[in-house]
Design a protein around this ligand. Sequence first.
Ligand SMILES: C[S@@+](CC[C@H](N)C(=O)[O-])C[C@H]1O[C@@H](n2cnc3c(N)ncnc32)[C@H](O)[C@@H]1O
Length: 509
Amino acid sequence: MSKGLPPMPKIQELIRLYGLSAKQQLSQNFLLDLNITSKICKLAGGFKDCTVIEVGAGPGGLTRSILAAGAKKVIAVEMDPRFYPALKMLEEASEGRLSIVMANMMDVDEAQILSDYRAEKTAWPQQSKVKLIGNLPFNVGTHLMLKWLRQIQPQEGLYQFGRVPLYLMFQKELSDRIAAPIGTHDYTRLSVMVQQLYQPKIIYEVPRKVFVPAPKVDASVIALEPRIKPIGDVQSPEYFEYVCREIFTQKRKVLSNGIKILGPNAEKDLLEGINVNLRPQNVTIEDFVKIANRFTAWEGKKKNIDLLEFKNQGKSLRKDQKQEQEIVDLQNRMKKIKTKLREKEIEKQEKKKQKDLELAQALAEIDNEPDEMAQLVPKDKQKATQHMSTLLKQSQEDDQDEYDQLFDDEKVTQEEHYQHLLDKYQDQIDYVKESQLERAHQKEIIKQNRAIIDTTLINNNNNNSKKNNNKNSDTDNDFDQLLLDENIDYEALLNDIDNIDINDIKKNY
Ligand SMILES: C[S@@+](CC[C@H](N)C(=O)[O-])C[C@H]1O[C@@H](n2cnc3c(N)ncnc32)[C@H](O)[C@@H]1O
């Protein structure tokens, strides 16, 4: 049990209790082994007396270890509301040391939450009393890292609180690239951009098997300590990012050739004093800064340079995450509907069996071969129904003869005669009529089912694009309505649902 916390249910138990299965599509891979999370905290240098922002707290495994490591305050940011009850339980046990912020970290104002929770400000270049840690989906982690990286030089956001180190879990390959030394295969745009501002160090390699569920790749925790003084003095972070991006697209060319991508005469105007025979992977960060600063002031650069990637990264991530979430929700609703339909189908089959049995019994009463009829009914209801009509007709005719005779003998009145016939056959006649109608009706129902499914999905897509929050309830109402119909052809409906390709829905976004 975690030091400093009262006894609490295990994370695995909370996951079971609150039904917190990982959403694999959203790359939720949990760390449930507290030995591992404690080791990560230790390798991050411990959190004693620190204010720690934990990004993507999930069910709270790592959170417990951070608290156990003596953090003064933990601010756990999580965007998936399913985790709120589990985190709330931990918050209550933490005696004020844990606070939960339910939000997308892309939208969080770090300086605001740190002031709200009275984090201590430390003057640059001292080591900060604030630390940030996160086991995030890998793509999200990269976007956020770029967000924090851009806050360093203007000392905004996190960096109003001093030299805040970041401890981020990435897929191993990405951490290797971020930390890659110059001259290695892994030295890329990201290495240059991150290392210009941070001192990176891989502190822990985490094999995939320790996550639940296991991702497809191994991971590692990288520590990013802001440099006291960045390498070089970048004039425009936007152009620095642009220049690094463009030059690394020319990885196989030496600088004198590759630089041409930045515009005509770039070689003459931007490379003075730089070894032009190097490939990008051998160019120092200082030289990248020099080239980028010259480019920023350069008249010869292309007009309308696309800096959109730099500006829109956060936006596109938010959009991607929202869409992924919507698709997961849609898939979950489909799953629920399928379960409901299967139950209804079983119910319907039971009813059908019962009806067939009743039909067989009814036939047995007017036929001398009950066994044969009992076999015929479940196999071919239409044939059985026809057979039953013939038998009924025959039987009515026999009775008619018998009663005509009685009537002729004046033993019964005409009225009694018809009443007798009516009573005897009414039920069977109704049943036969119903059965004959059934097939035509079924066809109609199948058509209706298809129409409802089509409309529901179209509505769903339209609603998604209109960002209409009521879409789920509309869709659910349609389906609930559908399920109320006793005569529904569940099998056809299930087939239709099975044939829905979730990728088609994705395409429509
Ligand atoms: C890989 S899981 C890790 C959960 C937990 N920290 C652990 O180690 O078991 C990532 C968590 O980050 C959350 N998350 C993903 N994107 C986020 C974002 N933009 N802002 C806040 N939380 C996010 C997910 O909902 C999920 O709970």
